[in-house]
Each structure stands twice: as C-alpha cells, then as structure tokens.
Write a protein that binds this ligand. Structure first.
Ligand code: GAR
Length: 202
C-alpha cells in the first residue's frame, strides 16, 4: 500500500523539499506526498511543491476561529486520503479537533532539543541561553505547543563563533536528515508508544 502524506507549511519549505527528495529517492518507501497545504498563500514552499507537480492548497486563516480553520484543512487532507500529516514549518497551533482527526498520525519538526526552547526563534533562544549543544526534534503532535512523544532528536554543537544564522543552518541540515528517518519509522510501524516514550517495537 502507498502511504499518502500531507504536508502543512507556512514558509520556505526546505523540510518539505527534504521529504520530497527522500520519497523520490526511495528513502521513504511506499509513500507519496499527496498534498501540500499552507495558511500563507505566498509561502515559497507552495511554489516549491507546485514545481514538483504536487497538488497545493492555500487556505488563509485570517479571521477564522482555530477549529473552523482546522476543519477546512482536515477536509482537504481527507479529500486526498492522507494517512500521515507532516508539519514542516507550520506556524500554527492545532485545535483538539484536528489532533483527534489524525490520532498519532501528525508529526512535527522543531529546531531545538525539546523540551528546551519551544515556540518561536528557538535557535536564538538557545544562543541567548548559552547552551553548548543545540539540535532538533521530530515528535508526535498533541494539542500543546511543541509537545508530544519524541520520535528522534539530533544534537549539534554551538560554536563560539555562531550567530543565529550559522547555528540555524547547522540545525537545519540535521532537521532534513532526521525528518526522513522519523517518517520512515512511523510509516513502517516499528515502534510503540509507552507513556511519553517512543520505543522500538522489536
Ligand atoms: C524549520 O527550522 C522548522 O524546524 C521550524 O521552522 C523552520 C521551517 O523551515 N519549525 C518550527 O519552529 C515549528 N515550531 P522550512 O520551511 O525551510 O522547512
């Protein structure tokens, strides 16, 4: 069976492209990216998806209550029979309705070692705090911000010479790598969730 992945994004779309490359190259087997949805009609990620002939949909959120908006997004994902939702720089909190609509089938990538530095500008938060190691996290999504059981993390050093730009670039490279790995793990189903822990099922 071919898994049908829906991607939600708000911006640049480099994580989307990394997933698309991995699907094309067979690093994520038995899968296709079926639809890319953005709350930002001008998101460069939408153009990047269209250039790959992946269907796209812009659904502006302005003035809509969270659940009303999320029902529209869920309807599009259903239309494309999506069975895994990947948030890739999607800068919106999901409603309980949306989370319940795709139970344990929503993944997010976040540019910090959660639970440190949730929310916005995580790389700047890490620099300002003075940590010596930063990184990224792929996790299942629940109703809370950047929470939910952790599937994979990757660590990168913070160098004395780093600014937000250089640290973000080092983290982003790891984001692209572990998002593919995490999607593969989830689609293959070789895991179990015990409390907050995502464990090998073997
Ligand atoms: C990525 O660094 C991603 O981890 C982050 O937004 C960026 C999107 O880049 N996501 C969050 O901060 C979510 N809380 P991209 O559009 O190039 O994938």
């Amino acid at each position: 069976m071919t898994h049908r992945i829906g991607v939600l994004l708000s911006g640049r779309g480099s994580n989307f492209e990394a997933l698309a490359d991995s699907v094309s190259a067979g690093r994520i087997p038995n899968a296709e990216l079926s639809i890319v949805v953005s709350n930002k009609p001008n998101a460069p990620g939408l153009e990047r998806a269209a250039a790959r002939n992946i269907p796209t949909r812009a659904i502006p959120s302005k003035g809509l209550e969270r659940e009303v908006y999320d029902r529209q997004v869920a309807a599009v994902l259903r239309e494309y029979n999506v069975d895994l939702v990947c948030l890739a720089g999607y800068m919106r909190l999901l409603s309980p309705f949306f989370v319940a609509a795709f139970p344990q089938r929503i993944l997010n990538i976040h540019p910090s070692l959660l639970p440190s530095f949730p929310g916005l500008e995580s790389q700047k938060q890490a620099l300002d705090y003075g940590v010596k190691f930063a990184g990224c996290t792929v996790h299942f999504v629940d109703e809370n911000l950047d929470a939910g059981p952790i599937i994979l993390q990757a660590v990168v050093p913070v160098l004395d010479s780093d600014d937000e730009h250089t640290l973000s670039a080092r983290i982003l490279k790891e984001e692209h790598r572990i998002y593919t790995q995490a999607v593969k793990i989830v689609l293959e189903g070789n895991y179990k969730i015990a409390g907050r822990r995502v464990l090998d099922s073997v």
